[in-house]
Structures are given as C-alpha cells and as structure tokens.
Design a protein around this ligand. Structure first.
Ligand SMILES: Nc1ncnc2c1ncn2[C@@H]1O[C@H](COP(=O)(O)OP(=O)(O)OP(=O)(O)O)[C@@H](O)[C@H]1O
Length: 361
C-alpha cells in the first residue's frame, strides 16, 4: 500500500535529534520529502555540517519510516548553521553567525594550536569559517598558517582577510611588528581587536573563531564582554595547575554570562613518534573529571604529538596537513563536539547578554 506524506511526517516526528533533544519535524530539519509508492526520499537539514550524530539520525529516520511501510529510504544531508541569538543586531560583525571564543586560564597550554585546528576542522567539514588571532602580545597565527603577505583593502574601508587552509584569517601580526604592541595598554589592545572584528571584510561566516589572549586578565574579559559570542571553548592541559586556572576562567565567563561550551584537554597523552606508544606525561583524565564536576561538556582530548608542533611551526596545521592521521581525527572529533554544543546553545538561549555592542576604545 502506498505511503502517504502525513503518515511519513508523523513517523519522522518520533525521530529526535539526539543532541538537540527535539524531533526533526519540529526543528524544521525535514526538507524535500517525496514519496513514490513506498519509496521515500528526503533531506535532513542539520544545524551544522560538523554534526557528530549523523549516523544515529540516519539510522533512526530509516527505522521510523520502515515501521510505517517504507520499503526504500533515500536520505541526503543539508546544513544550515543558525545564528547565536541576538547576532542579527550585532554591529560589529553582521555576516557572522557565531563567534566562538577560545580561551585558557594560562599561557602555553596550546590554546592557539587548538583554536586554529578546530577552525580548520570545521571548515573541512563544510562550514564557512574565519579565525581572528586576538593574542595581540603574542600573535602566533602568521607562523601557524605560514602567512607572510599583508592584508589589503578592496573598498578602501575594510581589510580583506587572508585566506589560508580554507579559512579567512586575520591577526594583528599581519599588520604590525609584534614588538610595537608590547607597549600597548589594555584599552588600546581591546580597541585594536574590536577594530579588527569590525573593519575586516569577514563576509558570511558560520563560525568565527576568536583566539583570546591567555589568562583571565582585562583584555580577554573586556573583549568577551564586547562581542556577541555563541560561547567559549576552554583549553587546558591535564596538569593540576593548568586545571585550577581553567576553573578560574570558567568562573570569569560565568560571571559575564558567556556560555562555556566545554573544555578540550590538550597535550593529553604523549604519542611516541617512533613506536606510537602513548604515555600520560602530564597525567590523564583530570580535565574530563573537572568538566563533570563543574557541569561542563568535555569536548575531547588532543594528544601531545610531535607532528602537531611541527605542523604549527611549518605553517600547515595538522588538521589540514595530515587530515587522515590520528591527531587530525582528534581535532575533527573535538570540532564536532564544539559545533554540537553551539547548536544546543543557540536553541536553548533566548538572548545573549551584551554589555556593549560598540567598541570601548
Ligand atoms: N597537542 C600538542 N602536541 C604537541 N605540541 C603542541 C600541542 N599543542 C600545542 N603544542 C605546541 O606548544 C607550543 C605552544 O602552543 P600554542 O602557541 O598553541 O599555545 P598557547 O596556549 O596559545 O600559547 P600562548 O598562551 O603563549 O599564546 C607550540 O610550539 C605548539 O606547537
């Protein structure tokens, strides 16, 4: 007996997006539903191309439709990243749907490495992605992307970002000698960064990753308060001291109502380049335990691996240079978690607080 569209939709209403915990029909994710006899074709429009749960959704859709009599199910994927609430009115970056802050409680934990590789991973999965290196005192993006050219302007008003590894990138390091910025005081740094957000032609982006300066000082705080961020990804190593700092950072972001999307454990275990044996030099598992305790999502662990450091030094992030390797896969998995957390956050949050839409120079 032929299947009718109403029955098919009723069946799809029983399929939940496991991450968003609502059904596909209510979420508006079912597109192009076509039925010929008992053959069904449809597109599921995900909230991110980096969806970590595609396989589960596909399995559940197929099962639900077969249960009401479908004999063939043809599923294709689409993706439309939704904006962080309030972003439409944002004055600084109108085409950017989600600003994703990447922060750490202390320096040297690999925050910039994680930020760049997460950005590359999201782009490789099909999202439009940019990255702004907001670490004015120690910009690392020029070296990590291998960029030596200077940005120019097409319209005489806004700078064009430099495209590298599939990302739109910008760093103060592209514009001035980093030694110049060393004497800048906090307000000057924040002013310069807000200018980079506003005066760069970012175009349409699903995610703009903002690599914050390390620590919980004035600059990361003011910056975080002045952009409409979807949330912040915290990076920590497993050592106790780095963890204590990240807990402080979490409290700081909580205080200014920036959602903490979760935490990445970097330099998780050491992978020997010769025998690939893993050793937990800085211990292991502490970040996940802290995440559980503080009610934060654990976004994944990145191994301490020579190839990650070499990729950074050579201007080819590992997620771009060796996408099939285990290190890149760790970044892809973490990026999927980040994208999932943003989708959940955007659906949940009615409105994000903004303490100032205009730059405070
Ligand atoms: N998982 C990793 N495996 C190996 N080396 C890593 C890893 N993560 C980062 N590194 C290396 O550690 C050094 C510091 O990393 P990075 O610059 O990303 O840290 P950061 O936290 O951003 O530092 P800062 O606070 O100074 O800005 C770099 O040489 C980088 O290549």
């Amino acid at each position: 007996m032929a299947l009718d569209p109403k029955t098919a939709l009723e069946a799809l209403k029983k399929v939940q997006d496991p991450e968003l915990r609502r059904d596909l029909v209510t979420l508006g994710m079912v597109k192009d539903l076509k039925i010929e006899g008992t053959a069904v074709s449809l597109q599921v429009e995900l909230t991110t191309p980096a969806c970590p749960l595609k396989d589960t959704i596909a399995k559940d859709v197929e099962a639900a439709l077969r249960q009401v009599g479908a004999t063939r199910v043809e599923l294709s994927w689409g993706a439309r990243v939704r904006s962080a609430p309030g972003v439409a009115e944002a004055a600084l970056t109108p085409g950017v749907k989600n600003i994703v802050l990447v922060g750490a409680g202390k320096g040297g934990v690999g925050k910039s490495t994680v930020a760049l590789n997460l950005a590359v991973s999201l782009a490789r999965m099909g999202a439009q992605v940019g990255i702004l290196d907001a670490d004015i005192y120690g910009p690392s993006l020029p070296v990590m992307t291998g960029t030596t050219s200077r940005p120019n302007s097409k319209d005489g008003k806004r700078l064009e970002p430099i495209v590298a590894h599939g990302l739109k990138t910008m760093s103060i390091g592209y514009l001035i000698d980093p030694d110049q910025a060393l004497v800048w005081r906090g307000p000057m740094v924040t002013g310069a960064l807000l200018q980079l957000l506003r005066d760069v032609n970012w175009g349409e982006l699903d995610y703009l990753v903002l690599d914050l300066p390390p620590g919980t000082g004035d600059v990361p705080l003011t910056l975080a308060q002045n952009v409409r961020a979807a949330g912040v990804v915290l990076v920590s190593t497993p050592q106790d001291v780095a963890l204590a700092d990240v807990i402080r950072a979490k409290l700081m972001f909580d205080k200014v109502s920036i959602p903490v999307l979760g935490i990445v454990e970097n330099m998780s275990t050491f992978v020997c380049p010769h025998c690939r044996q893993e050793t937990a030099i800085f211990d292991h598992g502490g970040v996940r335990a802290a995440a559980d305790k503080l009610g934060m999502r654990f976004l994944g662990e990145i191994p301490l691996d020579l190839a990650v450091r070499e990729g950074g030094d050579q201007g080819v992030p590992i997620a771009a240079g060796q996408p099939d390797g285990p290190q890149a896969k760790a970044f892809f998995a973490a990026a999927q978690q980040v994208a999932g957390a943003i989708s959940v956050q955007n659906l949940k949050a009615p409105k994000l607080p903004v303490l100032g839409a205009q730059p405070r120079a």
